[in-house]
Design a protein around this ligand. Structure first.
Ligand SMILES: C[S@@+](CC[C@H](N)C(=O)[O-])C[C@H]1O[C@@H](n2cnc3c(N)ncnc32)[C@H](O)[C@@H]1O
Length: 383
C-alpha cells in the first residue's frame, strides 16, 4: 500500500516551503498575530525578555512578530532547507540579529538537542499530520522550564472535514494531469474563490492549494484537543485556546475545591461543543456527547474514503453519498449554510466535475470551511 509522505519529504521533493504569507501590510500581520496571542492569554509583553523555542516555523513569517516583542533569546528549529533560506531572508535586517540573540537551526526536530531550557515553546501547525507526534511533543516538553508556556496547534476530523472533502474534488480535477505546476494552476483556478471567502486569510493561494490538496502529509495522524490533553494533560494545565471555545462560569474560589481537575472540565465541555468546529464563524447550542461522537465517526469515515480513493484508487462515491446523508441528518439542528453546503456536496458527488463546477456554481460549498486549526496554550507543572 502507498504510504503517505512526511512534510519534509513532500516539501523536499518540490523544493518548497508553502506556508508563505503576504506581509505587504506588516502592521495588519502584527495585529492578526497579536489577536492570536491575546486569545491564548499572552500579551506581547509576556514574550519580552523570555527565552523562546519554536519548532517548524516554516519561512519564519509568524516568528518575525515574536522577534518584534523583544525576547531575550529566540531559537528556531526547521527541518526544511527552503524554510531555513526563507527565515534567513525574512530576518536579514531584524534588530534581534544584531544582538546575537537569534538562532536558526537547520535540523529535524527529532535530531535536535541542546542543554538550554526555554520559557516558551511553540509548535504551530506541525503536530497534526506529523508521523512522530510523541517524539516531537516529548522533545518540546523536555526543553521547557517548569511553569513555562507551551503553544501547540490541534486539528481534528470535524474541524478539517470541509478542507478534506474539497481535497476529494481537487483530486478528481487533477488526477490525470501531468506535472506539478499544471496541477497547481488548475487548483488555484478552482479554489481561489473559496479561499477569498475567509476574512483575514493572508497565506498565498498557491501555497494553500499545494499544502491542502497536494501534500500527502495530511493523511498522517490528526491531533485533536483531546489527543493533546491525553499526551500532555498529566503535566500541563490548559491555559487558553484560539478560537476561545471554552467557558468556565465557576466561582474562582470554588475551583481548588472542585474534585474535577481543570483539564477534565475542559474535556467534558469539549464533548458538548465540538460540533462547532465543523463550520467557521458559526456557533450552535451545546448538544449531547452521543451526537458529537456520531459526527466524529462520520467525519472519520469521510476521511478514510478520501484516503482510499486517492491512495488506493478505489471508487468511493456511493459510500461517500451515504456519509453525506448521515451528516445532513446529524447536523439538522444547525442551519441552512451548513446543510445547504452538504447538499451542494451531494450534488457534486453525482457529477463528473469540471473546474467551473467547483469555482462558481455552489456558493454555499464555496464558503464552507471548518475551524480547521485550534491553538492551545498550556502551563507546565501546574500543581
Ligand atoms: C505546515 S508547516 C507550518 C509552518 C509554520 N509554523 C506556520 O504555522 O505557518 C510545518 C512546518 O514544520 C516543518 N517540519 C515538519 N516536520 C518537521 C520535523 N520533523 N523537524 C523539523 N521541522 C519539521 C516543516 O518543514 C514546515 O516548515
Amino acid at each position: 500500500m502507498k504510504k503517505a509522505k512526511s512534510f519534509l519529504e513532500f516539501y523536499g521533493e518540490h523544493n518548497i516551503s508553502p506556508v508563505r504569507q503576504d506581509l505587504s501590510d506588516y502592521l495588519k500581520h502584527r495585529l492578526r498575530r497579536e489577536c492570536l496571542y491575546r486569545h491564548l492569554g499572552l500579551l506581547p509583553s509576556y514574550f519580552t525578555g523570555k527565552k523562546i523555542l519554536e519548532f517548524g516555523p516554516g519561512g519564519g513569517f509568524n516568528s518575525l512578530i515574536i522577534a518584534d516583542f523583544g525576547p531575550r533569546q529566540y531559537t528556531l528549529v526547521e527541518g526544511n532547507p527552503q524554510g531555513v533560506r526563507e527565515i534567513k531572508a525574512n530576518f536579514k535586517k531584524h534588530p534581534l540579529l544584531n544582538f546575537g540573540r537569534f538562532k536558526v537551526v537547520h535540523s529535524k526536530v527529532e535530531d535536535y538537542s541542546t542543554k538550554e531550557l526555554f520559557d516558551i515553546a511553540i509548535c504551530e501547525c506541525m503536530v497534526p499530520h506529523s508521523k512522530n507526534q510523541a517524539v516531537i511533543l516529548n522533545k518540546l516538553d523536555s526543553l521547557l522550564l517548569p511553569k513555562g508556556v507551551m503553544i501547540v496547534t490541534c486539528e481534528d476530523e470535524i474541524s478539517s472535514f470541509y478542507e478534506f472533502i474539497k481535497r476529494y474534488f481537487a483530486f478528481q480535477l487533477v488526477k490525470d494531469v501531468v506535472g506539478f505546476e499544471n496541477k497547481v494552476s488548475i487548483l488555484v483556478e478552482a479554489f481561489e474563490r473559496h479561499k477569498k471567502t475567509l476574512l483575514g486569510s493572508s497565506r498565498y493561494t498557491r501555497d494553500w492549494v499545494i499544502d491542502t490538496f497536494l501534500n500527502e502529509a495530511v493523511f498522517n495522524p490528526l491531533f485533536s484537543i483531546k489527543d493533546c490533553l491525553a499526551s500532555l494533560g498529566k503535566k500541563y494545565l490548559v491555559y487558553h485556546t484560539s478560537p476561545m471555545i471554552f467557558t468556565d462560569y465557576r466561582w474562582y474560589k470554588s475551583i481548588p475545591e472542585d474534585r474535577k481537575s481543570f483539564n477534565n472540565y475542559v474535556i467534558e465541555e469539549f464533548d458538548t461543543i465540538r460540533h462547532n468546529l465543523f463550520f467557521t464563524n458559526k456557533n450552535f447550542n451545546k448538544r449531547t456527547k452521543i451526537k458529537n461522537d456520531k459526527l466524529s465517526k462520520l467525519c472519520w469515515q469521510a476521511r478514510r474514503l478520501i484516503y482510499l480513493n486517492e491512495m488506493k484508487g478505489l471508487d468511493v462515491k456511493k459510500s461517500m453519498l451515504e456519509v453525506i446523508s448521515g451528516l445532513i441528518s446529524n447536523l439538522k439542528d444547525t442551519d441552512n449554510d451548513v446543510l445547504g453546503s452538504l447538499r451542494d456536496i451531494r450534488e457534486l458527488l453525482k457529477m463528473k466535475i469540471q473546474v467551473k463546477d467547483i469555482s462558481q456554481k455552489y456558493p454555499l460549498f464555496i464558503k464552507a470551511f471548518g475551524k480547521v486549526s485550534q491553538y492551545i496554550s498550556l502551563i507546565k507543572n501546574h500543581e
